[in-house]
Design a protein around this ligand. Structure first.
Ligand code: PMT
Length: 409
């Protein structure tokens, strides 16, 4: 995973700097091109020559030691990095990063780089717990800096506790995982390129009179997560949204609808140009037979509302399929597999995503879901509790694999 990856390794001044030699050597052995920047304090613990020999690249300490007139060294290092890894990171360097100081080679490079930054702190246990350090680390995490938590054990200062630099092999594994995840994201970003995906989301509203209606608990979160993931996988996306409880996503063309009939018409408008249709919306099965133009008046006796069936959008699409890949959802409370397979076949879906809405963390309104994906042969995958964003990625990865033969796992 590290072949050809350019890693700027920042080494700061703590006793754990001696471990940076093994870290540097391990990264190079994995194929990484390592460029070391040391702080002046780090050079008291480990020599420039050691790191130069291990990395097979010049080591940088002094911002003003410009050896190549063609480049400004700290900008060059900032630009070439695929990853900036600081190990060990002292409390002082973490504070400088949090506050944007640029008073040496490492801190200047850190301000200039657009590359991801990974920090492996090492310090005394009390320093690690100090509110200032905790706050600085939280600031960095909120900016997207990746932290490699220190290990616990006997510290060089004699204390026992948390603050020991994570072992070089572990740091190398974290770096490998990072690049693997990045490669996976890059692969996903093109998985649906050239496809048009239409997604329905949210609840439909069936009017009784101008002030009353029948609806359901769908928040739109699941459908919007699918629309966003499809966009991030390179598809052109159309969202058809009923009532939703979350902001509509930026950059996705959205058609707003109220009733099942409105949704049906909007869906049909997109159908011929759609490659992948995902019907996540909770659509009313019934609507009032009569819709009153004026507010219904309260009477002494009870009220019976007569309901009539709405159009089953998914079933109707299943009958019109001409190469479109059709995905339905099923909100179930019992006999999930049986009901899901029944719906998949009756509505002629290519995939059906079932969620048991009685499961904690699944179904309506939650940020998470627990789903099973079925095809005509039965269960494809049983996903554990995960965010709706992750469910969306998993579902669309299955679709991409089936449509393009592209494996995104
Ligand atoms: O929006 P959230 O709060 O995030 O909640 C997500 C969800 C629970 C709404 C979602 O995960 C889900 O299960 N959506 C389908 C809900 C539903 O209406 O299930 P159903 O079993 O009644 O319908 C089966 C399928 O037929 C669905 O794809 C539905 O869109 C479709 N249908 C249903 C009725 C109808 N008249 N027309 C349809 O197209």
């Amino acid at each position: 995973m590290l072949q050809g990856k350019k890693i700027v390794l920042g080494i700061t001044g703590g006793i754990a700097a001696y471990k940076a030699a093994a870290l540097c050597s391990g990264l190079v052995k994995q194929g990484a091109d390592v460029h070391v920047i040391m702080t002046r304090s780090a050079s008291k613990f480990i020599t420039e020559l050691t790191l130069q020999t291990l990395s097979r690249n010049p080591v940088h300490i002094d911002t003003f030691d410009e050896r190549d007139p063609e480049v400004v060294t700290h900008i060059n290092l900032a630009d070439l990095a695929d990853l900036v890894l600081i190990a060990p990171a002292t409390a002082n360097t973490i504070a400088k990063m949090a506050h944007g100081l640029a008073d040496d080679m490492l801190s200047s490079t850190l301000l200039a780089t657009m590359a991801p930054i990974m920090v492996a702190p090492a310090m005394n246990v009390h320093m690690y717990q100090h509110p200032a350090v905790v706050q600085n680390m939280n600031t960095l995490v909120s900016r997207g800096v990746l932290m490699i938590e220190p290990g616990s054990g006997m510290l060089a200062c004699g204390y026992v506790g948390k603050g020991r630099l994570e072992e070089p092999e572990t740091i190398i594994r974290v770096v490998q995982d990072f690049f693997q995840a990045q490669a996976h994201r890059n692969q996903l970003s093109q998985a649906l390129a050239g496809k048009k995906v239409t997604v329905t989301a949210g609840a439909t509203v069936e009017r009784i009179d101008p002030v009353r209606f029948i609806t359901n608990d769908s928040s739109g979160k699941m459908g919007i997560a699918i629309a966003k993931s499809a966009r991030d996988m390179g598809a052109s996306v159309r969202l058809i949204a009923g009532t939703v409880q979350v902001p509509l996503p930026e950059g996705i063309e959205t058609v707003r609808v109220q009733s099942a009939q409105d949704m049906y018409e909007a869906v049909l408008g997109e159908w011929n140009s759609t490659d992948i249709m995902v019907q996540t919306a909770a659509v009313a099965d019934y609507r009032p037979r009569t819709v009153y133009d004026t507010k219904m008046k309260k009477k002494d006796e009870g009220l019976t509302l007569e309901l009539e069936k709405t159009v089953d959008i998914l079933e109707s699409l299943g009958q019109r399929k001409q190469g479109q890949f059709l995905i339905g959802f099923a909100a179930e409370t019992n006999d999930v597999a049986e009901h899901a397979m029944g719906k998949l076949k009756r509505k002629n879906c290519d995939l059906l995503v079932a969620n048991d809405v009685t499961t904690v963390g699944a179904g309506f309104g939650t940020d998470t879901n627990v789903v099973q994906i079925y095809d005509a042969d039965g269960l494809v995958v049983d996903l554990p509790l995960m965010s709706k964003d992750d469910v969306a990625i998993q579902l669309l990865s299955v679709v991409a694999k089936r449509l393009n033969g592209v494996s995104t796992s």
